[in-house]
Ligand binder design. Sequence first.
Ligand code: NAD
Ligand code: UDP
Length: 337
Amino acid sequence: MRIILTGGAGYIGSHTAAVLVERGHEVIILDNFVNAERDVPARLKSLTGREITIIEADIRSTEAVTAALQAHRVDAVIHFAALKAVGESEADPLLYYDINIIGTIRLLQSMQAAGIGRIVFSSSATVYGQPDSSPILENAPTRVENIYGRTKLVMEDLIRDLARVGKLKAAANLRYFNPVGAHPSALIGETPRGVPNNLMPYVTQVATGERPYLNVFGKDYPTRDGTGERDYIHVMDLAVAHAMALEHICGNDVSVTVNLGTGHGTTVLELVKAFETVTGKTIPVSIAPRRAGDVASYYADPALAQRLFGWKATLNLEDMCRDSWRWQAKRAGINDV
Ligand code: NAD
Ligand code: UDP
């Protein structure tokens, strides 16, 4: 298939691009580079051996996007482009409504104008808010706890509505749990701007010496060791899931909403210990107060993805730590990996 990846130069999009090319699909990236490095296309080329067409455009530019979709006669869109920082969404709600919601509406309009009716969308486990229990099934209640989460739920609803009334032929809302890791080549990975909000990038920056210690947000949660529990998923597993979901919905013209997680919970201290074991680095920690809005524990029930399109995560916490470290160490010029 020929597929346009909005936000395809970003973290998850670039890994998905590499996997799609490997599976014989043709990939076109549409990105405005607001949160992507300029050299990602060149890195993807050295990874895949293929020239990937890059369209520098904003998803809100209906004219440019429609023209791109028509010119390349694409079969489907994978829609990654969005802003994703919870704190920023609370500080600047209109920015998030504009890029995420209006951006998605504009993209869907462009797709309709170009006659393209198949989409895979990047949703998030954040739509579950504080879940009643884990593992979480796709039919668990959705709860909006911040503006970023609201934009994801609205975007999901838009896509489900269009599919329900037949304006989209096929759609997949993919609810990611906690993506971490990098391509094993260390040619692509995650590059957070400024101080990382997320655990794994913070841990890797402590390991390089860029940050002195990790603040562990809360040690009084009702979990095994009192620290927050999450379902970390390797970005390569996530990338493969996009390809399999795409092939499934396009092959059968169906619409699905699916969790993408491993089904295993890992606490903050368990992740730190695994990272230390895999890398031989010491990660000093300091126990800090709980972070506002954090959930004690959540992890996916990922069985539906397996039932529908045969996907299951194959990489474990050690793989996630090793590949996160390889990427960060290379960026920091450390050669011990
Ligand atoms: P990312 O920021 O690395 O990638 C997003 C890409 O979209 C970037 O390359 C950015 O330049 C581009 N972009 C942003 N606004 C754009 C616009 N208006 N027009 C065109 N391009 C635009 O983020 P990511 O981690 O790869 O996340 C991809 C998607 O997955 C996002 O929708 C995000 O909300 C969702 N998601 C991410 C996580 C996570 O932890 N990384 C978890 C759940 C869901
Ligand atoms: N966390 C932490 N220190 C950090 C960053 C995160 O202790 O510097 C904890 C956080 O409280 C949560 C877990 O690590 O329990 C995962 O946090 P992250 O921000 O990566 O994911 P999210 O909370 O969005 O699921």
